[in-house]
Design a protein. Structure first.
Length: 51
């Protein structure tokens, strides 16, 4: 659910975390590509690319 909300700039990371009942740190710990998702880019591993 968080991954679906992150690309939307109307939802802050804090608001998403609160909605899910977790801390913002939990999102950062469990979503390794948080920055890319937040920027609206598709993470390389989801695209099929390699790093």
């Amino acid at each position: 659910m968080a991954q679906d909300l992150l690309p939307n700039p109307e939802h802050s990371i804090t608001a998403i975390a609160k909605m899910l009942g977790v801390s913002p740190g939990t999102l950062y710990n469990h979503i390794p590509d948080l920055g890319e998702l937040r920027a609206g880019r598709i993470p390389a591993q989801l695209e099929g690319g390699s790093r």
